[in-house]
Design a protein around this ligand. Structure first.
Ligand SMILES: Cc1cc2nc3c(=O)[nH]c(=O)nc-3n(C[C@H](O)[C@H](O)[C@H](O)COP(=O)(O)OP(=O)(O)OC[C@H]3O[C@@H](n4cnc5c(N)ncnc54)[C@H](O)[C@@H]3O)c2cc1C
Length: 320
């Protein structure tokens, strides 16, 4: 009988791992909490220009094509499903609300989520921004800011990318960066070009002190590197505060199931060896949740393949 491998998370890493496992003679089952597979690419409306051999597709298009591929391969999938319990005897027993699976190995591919309101919650006045149509946290959204004065908060690629994009049509962009610019050199150069062209003002080492809604405008009080307090009025705010790994639930499940703790690294990502094994035997992690240096579809897909090869090696050597 084919060995069953449970894959928790149906983004590119989980889907790639499932395909490789099927090709290697296993029976993979993907457990995905959302109603459809695709992970973060489901919220990416931009052209994904980073994958060799695939061009002219948005992230959403790509997610759809990955789903179609798995359908053609008849890979088993539990959608709208979350793991509620994991225990270990000879094998792993994995329970969702509707199913109980027995699996020989578990792959964690739960990815990341973008950081939202929680990152500014402690700043005075932030509650006034909640549910405002002029405030945007979603890195997959392109707010309409034509002719507006816009604050973009965040110095990574998502912050730089949206600042560059909005600078074409906004009246002016103020880019707030806590320390220094961190995105790709190409994006940093485009920001500096926008600064030279007078379209973007860069506030480096800027610490936001407070927010205040004043009619249609939002006031930001902030301190820059010289420690001087300043205030500016904006029509729209765009927060691009980075990502956090989806590890809390899965870590708790392993602890409650008495299997020991998954090791986390400094950023809270799952620690693995070079072949993506966790310290818990037959438990693996792949994709963004395993903290690749370059989190993207290509690394997620590659991770999926590496884990499948590790499982093949480990479960074969257990038989010998
Ligand atoms: C706006 C945006 C644009 C991007 N653009 C690009 C780009 O152009 N090119 C590129 O290569 N990459 C891009 N990325 C990054 C890329 O989408 C990710 O690196 C990639 O999706 C990571 O794949 P993953 O499978 O590791 O994780 P994810 O895609 O995050 O998938 C994880 C899956 O696990 C599920 N999950 C989480 N917790 C649980 C749980 N407890 N139980 C069950 N399921 C769970 C989630 O619902 C999700 O479906 C972009 C990301 C964003 C947000």
């Amino acid at each position: 009988m084919k060995k069953v491998i449970a894959i928790v998370g149906g983004g590119p890493a989980g889907m790639s791992c499932a395909l490789w496992l099927k090709n290697l003679g296993f029976c993979p089952i993907i457990i995905e909490k959302n109603p459809q597979l695709g992970g973060l690419q489901n919220i990416n409306p931009f052209h994904n220009t980073w994958i060799l051999g695939i061009w002219g597709r948005t992230g959403k298009n790509l997610a759809q094509e990955l789903r179609q591929h798995l359908e053609i391969e008849c890979i088993s999938t539990l959608l709208d499903s979350q793991v509620q319990r994991i225990t270990k005897g000879d094998n792993f027993k994995i329970c969702t609300a509707d199913y109980e699976l027995t699996a020989q190995a578990i792959v964690i591919t739960t990815g990341q989520r973008f950081k939202g309101y929680e990152t500014i919650k402690s700043i005075p006045g932030s509650h006034q921004l909640l549910r405002s149509p002029r405030v945007c946290f979603n890195p997959g959204a392109i707010p309409t800011t034509h002719g507006q004065v816009v604050a973009v908060v965040g110095g990574g690629d998502n912050g730089l990318g949206i600042a560059i994009r909005l600078a074409d049509t906004a009246k002016h962009i103020h880019l707030f960066v806590r320390s220094k610019l961190q995105g790709f050199t190409m994006n940093q150069n485009l920001i500096l070009r926008g600064v030279e062209a007078g379209k973007i003002t860069l506030h480096k080492s800027a610490i936001i002190q407070s927010f205040e809604r004043l009619g249609e405008k939002i006031k930001i009080v902030f301190k820059e590197s010289n420690n001087q307090e300043r205030e500016l009025l904006f029509d729209s705010l765009c927060f691009r505060m980075g990502f956090a790994p989806n590890t809390e639930e899965i870590v708790q499940l392993f602890e409650e199931g008495g299997m020991g703790s998954l090791e986390l690294n400094a950023g809270g990502y799952i620690a693995t060896d070079a072949f993506l094994r966790t310290p818990i035997p037959n438990v693996y992690a792949a994709g963004d949740v395993a903290n690749p240096r370059d989190p993207c579809v290509a690394t997620a897909v590659a991770h999926g393949a590496i884990v499948a090869r590790s499982i093949d090696e480990d479960l074969r050597s257990e038989q010998i």
